[in-house]
Design a protein around this ligand. Structure first.
Ligand SMILES: Nc1ncnc2c1ncn2[C@@H]1O[C@H](COP(=O)(O)OP(=O)(O)OP(=O)(O)O)[C@@H](O)[C@H]1O
Ligand SMILES: O=P(O)(O)OC[C@H]1O[C@H](OP(=O)(O)OP(=O)(O)O)[C@H](O)[C@@H]1O
Length: 221
């Protein structure tokens, strides 16, 4: 376990879709730093005056940094938290990054009920969540782990089904896929390292209180 540095509050932010809304929300409360932008290639950004440090991680790795205490807190999608099952505290739902995890299939393969898909292949970036879903439904399928562009798999015969995130529905539509079941709704969450949460309670509490008030429409500086 990495030791907790009491001098700084270290915030982990994921590259990608959650970066901008997360930094915007934090900046409104004064949690920002020079060079903290989507265009920067810096991975550790420090604000000495505010005793703040930001670290920029790959999305799927973020809970690992928080679990080991390399970051005190972090912003990450619920989907990643459920998939990765890291030992961290989930503090608040930040109310952005909303999308849904669904099961989808090419229109021409659509069947009446989920059990009609037994023994077919499911491509997904989320094998843990997908397995749990099909196990709960009592439908035996085979899983193929992919890392992106999941919608491609059924179009080229790699799998019949996919489990993936949907936001606007545009990717499903443009690839002739239809949603057949809903797996999990997801939004961005604030998470904390268990030791940091106790040792830096005041700082973390101040931030979470500010974020909650911001979400209620009352910005506190
Ligand atoms: N349209 C969307 N598609 C996927 N994820 C979304 C979408 N909208 C919001 N999210 C949320 O944003 C998170 C990050 O998504 P993003 O696509 O940036 O990362 P990623 O593709 O998992 O990362 P990487 O590109 O490093 O593999 C997701 O885990 C999810 O919680
Ligand atoms: O419903 P929509 O608004 O079309 O968004 C959903 C798409 O966005 C995500 O992909 P992303 O852009 O993150 O690329 P990836 O598949 O390579 O992860 C997700 O995996 C879907 O493919």
């Amino acid at each position: 376990m990495t030791s907790v540095d009491m001098n700084y509050l270290t915030i982990a932010l994921p590259k990608g879709k959650l970066f901008k809304p997360a930094t915007d929300m934090l900046a409104q409360l004064g949690y920002s730093a020079e060079d903290l932008s989507e265009n920067s290639r810096k991975l550790v950004i420090t604000n000495e005056d505010a005793k703040l440090r930001f670290i920029i991680t790959k999305t799927s790795d973020l809970p690992t940094y928080v679990e080991y205490g390399a970051a005190d807190i972090g912003v990450i999608g619920k989907d990643v938290l459920v998939e990765d099952k890291r030992d961290v505290y989930e503090l608040i739902d930040l109310g952005f990054g909303f999308c849904r995890m669904v099961v989808a299939v090419p229109r021409h393969l659509q069947r009446e009920k989920l059990s009609d898909y037994a023994h077919m292949r499911v491509a997904t970036k989320y094998p843990v969540i997908a397995e749990q879903f099909f196990r709960d439904k009592g439908v035996q399928v085979e899983f193929i782990k992919l890392n992106g562009s999941i919608e491609l798999a059924p179009m080229v015969g790699l799998s019949e089904l996919i489990v993936d995130l949907v936001e606007t529905g545009r990717t499903l539509k443009e690839n002739n896929l239809v949603e057949i079941a809903s797996v999990l709704p997801t939004t961005a969450r604030l998470i904390a390292n268990r030791v940091s949460f106790k040792m830096k309670f005041e700082r973390i509490h101040q931030l979470t209180a500010g974020l909650k008030q911001q979400m209620e429409g009352r910005v506190v500086k």
